[in-house]
Design a protein around this ligand. Structure first.
Ligand code: FAD
Length: 528
């Protein structure tokens, strides 16, 4: 008999009881000896009541043997002499597409403007230490894309479990902890991601694929509605460009992420159809982690058997909605700007989530109504709106990547903060009235939302919690339209707009899945 059951354990039991047979036998009213084996398939934390529970979903084999578990398999072929497919961007979408091409027998050639993970780290240190942003190597650009120095949370709203599982299995194949396969909220951590990305790169190269770092896509040639060629240029150490090289190709996987504004300009200039898209914009909110633990776990001090607590909040009024985004328990607020004169914040955390702060994006949906002043930019109006607020944030912060900030209590009470609590954002924060930075609609909605959140999580509004501006790169402000079936651009044959930059994915796992799907479609295109 195969039984699927759920056990609710105390956090201590979940950490210390390695033999669950007694609990399973009680639950199933069978003797311990009858339980041949069992397997945990899902683990989640239930903090809805005062007594926090760890819920385990298990499959128990009673009076019968567990069949051998199907081993995860890869089928990477040597593609050194196979037909090349150009992939622009080595983010999760580009890398997972490349791995799919190895399995399909096509040769991935990845073009990446940024540096490899090791060299990229030096540029991140300069951003944090000196407030200087390299426009080609930063928290968004470089090997692994925005995913490498991210938090590495691997949850997704995608409900196609098969696809999600394959992505998670590949992460484990390249070095991630197996726990990500059972945790309801899998997380890798910024410290572990670079090693995993390096292993992926090695696999691509070992099987005959290519990755060209410090190389930028400068142009796309389209003739009679078909891709004809791409122009690439080497990026020198001082960010000047080498001579452009034109490469003939009839197919292109474009996975450049949502921060590559130059790529949207290339498409626009070449009359390749793009559309303005809604996105979300707001601030990052940070609390002491101990405060979030206290609220969420209804305790004075978090039990050593529980991880730092998280939250997920939403608020809707009329057509406006506010939601917490990319919540990082035990995390750090990151300077995610891609140009020197703008402030963009995001968040990350190490695998142990052991920093004293908890941060989260708190963002409001924005659309055409909000972009009115930028209407003349047509499909790029959302992007110009986004950029104008990021630049204003830079000016209000006072330079050197200092970010404008206010306590949540002062924001709600409409008063300037006399002093700011400590904050994890390394370049530093500068007290401002965020009402002067944020558009009317965003500030009013955010204020109402904070009051609502404070009712759900008593103490959310406080002089100890800080709002840091601006969280503006939640999703792309531009969509590159594509066919639902073929994933090809609706007007340009051979162009495959992929993942977050195309407006079809958000987050590491969904970008990776989109990369795989685009690779599948290109394979069909090649074989047709
Ligand atoms: C600090 C931070 C934390 C995050 N935390 C999480 C998290 O915990 N969980 C989660 O799911 N998501 C997280 N995200 C978001 C996630 O990283 C992205 O959703 C994901 O990386 C998008 O994947 P992508 O492949 O579509 O694009 P990207 O990862 O943006 O990759 C695009 C790549 O294209 C390259 N490129 C751009 N233009 C050109 C050009 N002209 N020529 C050549 N190359 C070019 C860029 O350098 C980049 O490497 C985080 C992001 C940041 C910045």
């Amino acid at each position: 008999m195969v039984k699927r059951i759920e056990l609710a354990l105390t956090p201590e039991q979940a950490e210390t009881e390695f033999n669950l047979r007694p609990l399973i036998s009680r639950k199933l009213s069978v003797s311990k000896n009858e339980i041949n084996s069992y397997r945990v398939i899902k683990k989640s934390i239930d903090a809805r009541s005062k007594n926090v529970k760890i819920r385990l979903q298990l499959v128990a084999y009673v009076g019968e043997e567990q069949p051998p578990i199907e081993k995860f398999n890869t089928n990477f072929k040597n593609v050194a002499n196979a037909e090349p497919v150009y992939i622009i961007g080595a983010g999760p979408a580009g890398l997972f597409a490349a791995l799919s091409f190895l399995e399909a027998g096509l040769k991935p050639v990845i073009i990446e403007r940024g540096k490899d993970v090791r060299d990229r780290r030096r540029d991140l240190a300069i951003i944090n230490r000196e407030g200087l942003v390299n426009p080609n190597s930063n928290y968004c650009f470089g090997e692994g894309g925005a995913g490498t120095y991210s938090d590495g949370k691997l949850y997704t709203r995608s409900n196609k479990r098969g696809n999600v599982n394959r992505v998670l299995e590949l992460f484990v194949h390249f070095g991630a902890d197996e726990n990500i396969l059972i945790n309801a909220h899998p997380h890798i951590g910024t410290n572990k991601l670079p090693g995993i990305i390096t292993e992926m790169r090695q696999c691509i190269i070992d099987h005959g694929g290519e990755i060209h770092f410090n190389t930028i896509l400068k142009d796309i040639e389209v003739l009679n509605n078909e891709i004809k060629s791409i122009s690439l240029a080497k990026i020198n150490e001082d960010n000047t460009l080498g001579a452009e090289e034109k490469i003939a190709t009839n197919k292109l996987l474009l996975a450049t992420g949502h921060s590559a504004r130059d790529v949207y300009h290339i498409l626009d200039k070449n009359n390749i159809e793009i559309e303005s898209k809604d996105f979300a914009l707001g601030v990052r909110v940070e609390h002491p982690q101990s405060m979030v633990d206290k609220i969420q776990y209804s305790c004075n001090t978090r039990s050593k058997y529980l991880p730092p607590a998280s939250y997920s909040l939403t608020y809707t009024k009329n057509e406006n909605s506010v939601y917490s985004f990319c919540m990082c328990p035990g995390g750090i607020i990151a300077p995610a700007s891609t140009m020197p004169n703008e402030i963009v914040v995001n968040g990350w955390s190490p695998s142990k989530r052991n920093n004293p702060f908890a941060n989260s994006g708190m963002v409001v949906n924005v659309g055409l109504n909000d972009f009115k002043d930028f209407k003349k930019h047509n499909a790029l109006q959302g992007m110009y709106f986004q950029s104008s607020i990021e630049q204003k944030a830079y000016t209000m912060g006072g330079g050197n990547l200092k970010a404008p900030a206010q306590t949540t209590s002062d924001f709600v009470n409409n008063s300037l903060s006399n002093s700011l609590p400590s904050c994890s954002y390394v370049p530093g924060v500068h007290a401002v009235d965020l009402h002067e930075l944020l558009p009317e609609n965003i500030k009013i909605t955010l204020r109402d939302a904070l009051k609502h959140f404070d009712k759900k999580m008593k103490g959310f509004i406080s002089s100890e919690s800080i709002m840091v501006g601006v969280e503006s790169r939640t999703s792309s402000p531009v969509r590159i339209p594509r066919d639902r079936e073929t994933f090809m651009h609706t007007k340009v044959k051979g162009l495959f707009p992929c993942a977050e930059g195309a407006g079809y994915a958000g987050g590491i796992v969904s970008a990776a899945i989109d990369g795989q799907k685009c690779a599948e479609s290109i394979t069909k295109f090649v074989n047709s």
